[in-house]
Design a binder for this molecule. Structure first.
Ligand SMILES: *Cc1c(COP(=O)(O)O)cnc(C)c1O
Length: 373
């Protein structure tokens, strides 16, 4: 039934599917969830116990959470400043996942017919999804077929000669999902020369894997914001914490548009604990990077899939010699890997495979070899 009071553009939207195609017919014994780019490891048992203790003894369930996040912002700033000197608590705003911050940025910039957003596809789908829920037009440009570098001429043209509302926000992922490439010098130079009435959002969800950040830019540039998350390297996807690093005037705007108690108390405690133990938690990053490089080399030499280089904790790949139209071939690979228990994403014209534990990665390789093209 169409509810006649709904906005017509909302009626057209489909709800976000966390694991598209995941529900299966015959379920294999072991399911490796390699479709959402999480860290393969749960928090260590001691940290979980500490967190449980904190919830038990320091959180009053009947009281609202700290809505100002002062302590958490200070801890996040200290962490960010390790790679971007000079970042302080005033440069930080926290969200219920970085998805909330994406929405807050859209509310603060484009809602009400004030502007459109620019993305370079394939990229993270939430920018366009959240923009559409707010009635904000999305302008999409393409990428180089081989390197996935952004088509900067098309992007500049979209800004100089907008077909509709002016571009107010440019979203870039560094490194990009699903393709794994980091921003190049040329792309960074292009972003830096954009006029100050365009907000540049650099989503560094995979920073801990790539080790390259643009966060220091926010000290010179009022129109630059870096988004990070605790959902990937910090192993807290279940708790929903993200943060923005930006000029204090922009973080003040984000504070105005967010919900007052956006982060539950247990979530704030989890983020503080993860930051305090970051050396232990991030100690597995070299293993994941080495596993990524091992799997990529093995795929290239032992399977029909062609992997692209990746600066993140996933690999983007396509069949080197597709046996049917590319999208059908990708669906074939997705289905046959799923049937064996390896759950990956078929997205952005390719397959995105999260790096798991060594045992999971061994199974991924074995299952790819089992698929007959
Ligand atoms: C995973 C991911 C996020 C994280 O979103 P959360 O809402 O913090 O879980 C943000 N951006 C990109 C590009 C991602 O891949």
């Amino acid at each position: 039934m169409v509810l006649s009071f709904l906005r017509s553009d909302v009626v057209q939207l489909a709800a976000y599917q966390p694991h598209p195609g995941a529900a299966g017919e015959a379920e294999p014994q072991i399911i490796d969830p390699l479709d959402t780019n999480e860290c393969p490891y749960d928090l260590p048992a001691e940290l979980k116990e500490k967190l449980a203790w904190t919830v038990q003894h320091t959180i009053a369930a009947n009281r609202y959470p700290d809505g100002g996040h002062a302590d958490l912002k200070a801890s996040i700033a200290a962490y960010v400043a390790e790679s971007a000197p000079g970042i302080l608590a005033q440069h930080i705003s926290v969200g219920n996942g970085s998805d909330e911050l994406i929405r807050s940025l859209l509310i603060a910039t484009c809602v009400g017919g004030e502007g459109s957003v620019l993305v370079a596809n394939p990229t993270f789908s939430m920018y366009a999804i959240l923009a559409r829920t707010l009635g904000i037009p999305v302008v999409a440009v393409g990428r180089d077929e081989e390197t996935f570098a952004v088509d900067l001429d098309a992007a500049q043209q979209a800004i100089d000669q907008p077909a509709g509302l002016p571009v107010r926000v440019v979203f870039m992922v560094h490194p990009n999902s699903p393709t794994g490439n980091a921003l190049t010098e040329a792309e960074l130079a292009w972003l830096k020369q954009l006029p100050e009435d365009i907000l540049v959002v650099v989503d560094e969800a995979y920073f801990e894997f790539s080790q390259h950040t643009t966060a220091a830019e926010v000290r010179q540039r009022p129109n630059w914001v870096v988004l990070r998350t605790f959902s990937k390297a910090f192993r807290l996807a279940a708790f929903r914490v993200g943060y923005a690093v930006a000029n204090p005037d922009l973080t003040a705007a984000l504070e105005k548009v967010r919900l007052p108690y956006n982060l539950p108390s247990a979530t704030q405690a989890a983020a503080a604990l993860a930051l305090a133990h970051r050396q232990d938690l991030l100690a597995v990053i070299p293993e994941i990077q080495a596993q990524r490089d091992w799997l990529s080399t093995a795929m290239a030499s032992q399977t029909p899939l062609h992997p692209w280089p990746s600066a993140a904790n996933f690999i983007y790949a396509r069949p080197a010699a597709p046996q049917r139209p590319m999208e059908d071939d990708l669906a074939h690979w997705f289905q046959h890997l799923k049937a064996q228990g390896t759950l990956i994403r078929h997205t952005g014209g390719g397959l995105r495979i999260t790096i798991g534990s060594p045992a999971e990665n061994q199974r991924t390789l074995g299952h790819i070899i089992q698929v007959s093209p």
